[in-house]
Design a protein around this ligand. Structure first.
Ligand code: FAD
Ligand code: NAP
Length: 340
């Protein structure tokens, strides 16, 4: 039986460094412990907070339930052929350690997703993405436990409804499954993706046939370290808002008003706006109040250098949302999940 710790402070378990406690905390390292933890929560009628690295959550208050920390470890090479390798990775593995592992064996696919904090099990929840690649591009299937029945289920790609920072686990199946492992399909044959402008620029002087995944990973890490605050130094959850996806005519209307607005095509009828641009041009970059702040290098990142509580961070977020709505008529939606 795993240990259930009462009134547990989660300050060191969320990268915003918010001091808030869970009624109970449990760390699970295998599926047996996971099932026992689910039984405990059901018996005690406790809501669940499934916790990975805590890099995409905001604790607005104490959590009146069980914080279930997924720490199941392990990597298994499921199969391979001349072109691909299928790797099953347990939910509690650290994401960037997985990227490093894949690079060690010269597999292609994860290099653009280097240095994203958090766990493997959380990656499908918002279909993590960066530098032109999304989790869905390397995803084969995942295993999950049904919270109500305790049964194990497999989800293939089509049943995950992956979208832009989105999946079925944020929508129809929200709070119904705990992901226990993810199976990746990685390439043995070179597949550099340098479509993202800053990467294309940095590798412009090189022949694409000479570039290896380690170099792309290193470049991504360098760019990220220049621009993004390290949560260990300056607490944050990365991008605080999603990039808004709007109808093309709405994008065109805004571009007339703001000719240098950053607009990217999504599909035939939609475009994506860079939320960081909207926030920066509304004057928020570098702003700070009550121990919280807006990162000076990237206005999409809210920070918590003063160890403020979740309410102070959400109050700043609301001010930014109001100001962006007033200036552009655009509603910004927070990316991290807010608890309770
Ligand atoms: P947590 O914060 O612990 O959880 C997030 C959500 O997933 C919660 O709702 C939680 O209940 C749920 N969850 C976690 N594990 C499981 C599981 N096993 N089963 C079911 N539900 C689960 N994101 C990007 O997409 N791209 C980026 O480039 C990026 N860069 C970032 C940079 C910084 C500096 C930071 C701080 C964050 C960044 N993020 C980025 C956001 C974040 O790292 C990712 O969303 C990451 O996948 C969250 O992982 P986590 O383990 O910390 O999840
Ligand atoms: P950036 O390069 O300054 O670009 C700003 C925004 O413009 C990004 O959000 C990006 O959208 C979009 N963009 C730029 N070029 C694009 C193109 N050619 N096609 C489509 N969209 C384009 O962004 P950044 O803040 O330094 O982040 C770099 C990458 O890391 C981005 O992919 C970003 O999503 C990712 N990141 C994510 C988080 C997070 O918490 N979610 C945190 C840090 C970084 P996309 O976001 O769709 O790529």
């Amino acid at each position: 039986m795993p240990l259930f710790l009462p009134d547990f402070n989660l300050k060191n378990y969320n990268t915003l460094g918010v001091s808030a406690s869970a009624r109970f905390y449990v760390s699970v390292t295998n599926e047996q412990e996971l099932r026992e933890a689910l039984q405990f929560a059901a018996q005690e009628n406790l809501p669940l907070l499934i916790l990975g690295g805590g890099s995409n959550i905001v604790l607005s208050d104490n959590f009146p339930g069980l914080a279930l920390h997924m720490r199941i470890q392990g990597k298994t090479l499921v199969s391979e052929n001349d072109e691909y390798v299928w790797l099953q990775v347990a939910a509690g593995e650290n994401w960037h350690s997985l990227v490093e592992y894949s690079l060690k064996y010269h597999y292609w696919g994860l290099e653009n997703l280097s240095l994203i904090p958090g766990s493997v099990g959380a990656a499908p929840i918002q279909n993590i993405g960066a530098y032109g690649v999304e989790l869905k591009d390397v995803f084969e299937e995942l295993s999950a436990v049904d919270i109500r029945s305790g049964l194990s289920v497999t989800f293939i790609k089509d049943s995950c409804a992956f979208g832009y920072r989105d999946s079925v686990f944020k929508n129809q199946l929200k709070d119904q499954y705990i992901i226990t492992s993810v199976t990746f399909k990685l390439n043995k044959i070179p597949q550099p993706n340098l479509t993202y402008p800053v990467l294309a620029e940095r590798f412009a002087h090189r022949s694409i046939n000479e570039i290896n995944p380690q170099e792309i990973s290193q470049m991504v890490c360098d760019i990220r370290q220049q621009k993004l605050p390290d949560p260990a130094q300056i607490p944050n959850v990365g991008s605080f808002f999603k990039n808004p996806v709007v109808a093309r005519n709405e994008g065109a209307r805004l571009q007339q008003l703001f000719p240098d607005l950053a607009v990217y095509p999504v599909d035939e009828s939609h475009v994506k706006l860079a939320a960081g641009w909207l926030i920066e041009r509304a004057g928020w970059r570098g702003y700070s109040e009550n121990g919280t702040g807006v990162h000076a290098q990237q206005a999409l990142v809210l920070t918590n250098p003063g160890g403020a509580d979740g309410k102070a961070i959400l109050a700043l977020a609301q001010k930014i949302q109001d100001s962006v709505a007033k200036k552009y008529g655009i509603d910004l939606e927070p990316e991290p999940r807010i608890y309770p």
